[in-house]
Design a protein around this ligand. Structure first.
Ligand SMILES: [Zn+2]
Length: 354
């Protein structure tokens, strides 16, 4: 397949990525060479603050940084604004987000608004937002995915991440497996609409998914090796989005299903869990080996049936029908399947999701 290269294609990538045990305790020296300035605002939830301040604080002070640590609120537009204002008040040279999804996204988006760099310190491996240029916040009607900048540095402490509930790691695996169908959707859009398709970023995203498929056994065996596999795959997949300049390699019809579930059945299941189930169904529409995807999710312990996340058959069918209209500009297999209640139900039943 030949590539259509747009006139200007901007790739934005992290400058420093450190993955390993106890690396959060060396954050000061790790980011010192980046010349980010000396003042920073750190954002995290209350539990993470308690768990990580003793590691991160002294290391920053030792390296000559000044910081204020702010406990964040819900992932809303107004919270992004509040953090951005605080960063301006503190004359912060950069922002550090410490946590799982919410704090990382809030810090990333606030840093983007303030036009200052952002350092990502993930404490769980639940989705690829830890390295991607995208952040999501809840709007009044639905969640919004917003383009920002990727982190300038990612400090992924596998020791910290291993303390997070296992469910979060499992959700990360679902988010990674979803690259199987996301890339297929992107390829399809290239053929049907002429949209730019980047083979390199598509293959990098696929590599992340394949690593999870190959190492499912290791991941299921609660080991530091398994955690490293997931963390590195999530980072690569976020980087793939940075190279593509869009979330295309990481987010396709399976993500549209997950977003539709956020609306139809709010609070049921985690992002990656819903993406994993969506991948099984979209793989069937794409003619991929959905059984293999289902089997991998099973080995890892990720839900493959709606009832496992407390959702009903009705909710899955509604979400499948709604998914196509969530992001109209994004061409996916859903444009061709044109699911109605009947065909959506049959699809979900055929692959065992309901
Ligand atoms: Zn995702």
């Amino acid at each position: 397949m030949s590539e259509k290269i747009p006139a200007a294609h901007v790739m934005e990538l992290p400058r420093v990525v450190i993955v390993g045990s106890e690396v959060a305790g060396k954050i000061g020296s790790s980011i010192a060479d980046l010349e980010l300035g000396k003042t920073c605002l750190i954002v995290s939830g209350p539990n993470v603050h308690h768990l990580s301040e003793r590691r991160i604080g002294p290391s920053l002070i030792e390296a000559g940084f000044r910081f204020r640590w702010e406990v964040d609120g819900p992932s809303t537009f107004s919270e992004v604004e509040r953090i951005a204002m605080l960063a301006a008040e503190e004359q912060a040279d950069f922002l550090i987000g410490v946590g799982g999804g919410r704090s990382i996204d809030l810090a990333k988006l606030a840093a983007y608004n303030c036009k200052i760099p952002f350092v990502s310190v993930p404490t769980s491996a639940s989705h690829d937002g830890i390295s991607s240029p995208f952040g999501s916040v809840r709007g009044l009607d639905r969640p919004y995915s917003i383009v920002a900048k990727p982190p300038i540095a990612i400090i992924a402490d596998t020791d910290l991440i291993s303390r997070a509930p296992r469910k979060l790691l499992i959700s990360g695996c679902g988010d990674l497996i979803s690259k199987k169908t996301a890339v297929k959707d992107w390829e399809l859009s290239y053929v049907r609409t002429g949209e730019y398709f980047g083979r390199y970023s598509a293959n990098l995203a696929l590599l992340s998914a394949n690593m999870i498929m190959e190492d499912a056994g290791i991941i299921s065996s609660i080991s530091s090796e398994g955690i490293s596999v997931v963390v590195e795959a999530l980072i690569s997949s976020g980087v793939a989005a940075g190279i593509a300049g869009s979330s295309r390699p990481c987010s396709g019809s399976e993500h549209l299903f997950s977003h539709a579930m956020d609306i139809v059945a709010p609070g049921k299941g985690m992002h990656g869990e819903k993406c994993g189930m969506g991948t099984i169904m979209m793989a069937k529409l794409h003619g991929l080996d959905y059984g293999e995807i289902r089997k991998t999710l099973r080995i890892i312990g990720s839900p493959v049936k709606a009832s496992e996340i407390g959702a009903t058959s009705d909710e899955v069918v509604k979400a499948l029908v709604l998914a196509r209209s969530i992001r109209k500009e994004r061409y996916t297999i859903l444009e061709e399947a044109k699911l109605n209640e009947e065909s959506a139900k049959k699809l979900a039943q055929d692959v065992g999701v309901i």
